[in-house]
Design a protein around this ligand. Structure first.
Ligand SMILES: O=C[C@H](O)COP(=O)(O)O
Length: 261
């Protein structure tokens, strides 16, 4: 954890979730009651089809709702796309941009991710900007070069700690059950913060840097306890309310709840 930085647990449902999954969103929203919600943010990013109902279900709870992607224009002839303005119009507060599955499957460049992040910030959404190296890049010793390029290319210069969150997701750790060592995660996050300083100046000190990739209840304690890790972006394990809440509640043993009763 970074001192004085409010941690965040975020869930990314990816292309999962029918109407029958709404009870899981309700269970997550209801499960966030209590002093921990005054200290740790929780964000859930269901598919776009569930966004409107999700924001209604989360309305009276600490749970924030986000989207998984947005177009870089606010409206126009872009069949099948959803704009940041449309997402904000549904009372969502966050949007993931630059997830590696978008970068790979939709050939999204740093330049496009930057434009999407700018669109998100332009309508008052908080952008969760994903970065991370592939297995091949890691094997070639290029991890830090890739992270430097992605931060310089994808993070808006006007980004602040209040409107932007970084998610470090090594591509090879996503959905594989593999995770980097705690030392490797610490090095990557420390490096990311130094590059953020170059990009956005003093705002970098308070900007949250999440880790993502095969986070589950059984490894959450170790990962959330790593220096410079300000939370997690959870994929598969966020689909079950029980697992999402177990990861979230790991913070009960990590943050000081004395003044949050
Ligand atoms: O956005 C979430 C990440 O891609 C992590 O997914 P995972 O927890 O299923 O490995």
């Amino acid at each position: 954890m970074t001192p004085d930085v409010r941690p965040m647990v975020a869930g990314n449902w990816k292309m999962n979730g029918l109407r029958s999954a709404l009870d899981q969103i309700k269970a997550i929203a209801d499960g966030l009651d209590g002093p921990l919600s005054q200290k740790v943010d929780a964000v859930l990013c269901p598919p776009a089809t569930l966004l409107y109902v999700a924001t209604a279900l989360a309305e009276d709870s600490p749970l924030k709702i986000g989207a998984q992607d947005c177009h870089h224009h606010n409206s126009g002839a872009y069949t099948g796309d959803v704009s940041a303005e449309m997402i904000a119009d549904l009372f969502a507060t966050h949007v993931i941009v630059g997830h590696s599955e978008r970068r790979k499957d939709h050939a999204e460049s740093d330049e496009l991710v930057l434009a999407k992040a700018q669109a998100a910030l332009g309508v008052g959404l908080q952008a969760i900007i994903c970065v991370g190296e592939t297995q091949a890049e890691r094997d070639a010793g290029q991890t830090l070069d890739v992270l430097a390029r992605q931060i310089a290319g994808s993070v808006p210069e006007g980004a602040s700690a209040g409107n932007t969150i970084i998610a470090y997701e090594p591509v090879w750790a996503i959905g594989t059950g593999l995770t980097p060592t705690a030392a490797d995660i610490a090095v990557a996050h420390d490096f990311l913060r130094s590059r953020l300083h170059e990009r956005v100046g003093s705002e970098a000190a308070q900007m949250r840097i999440l880790y993502g990739g095969s986070v589950k209840p059984s490894n959450a304690r170790e990962i959330l306890g790593i220096a410079h890790v300000d939370g997690v972006l959870v994929g598969g394990a966020s689909l079950k309310a029980e697992d999402f809440l177990a990861i979230y509640k790991t913070y009960e043993g990590l943050v000081d709840l004395a003044d949050a009763a």
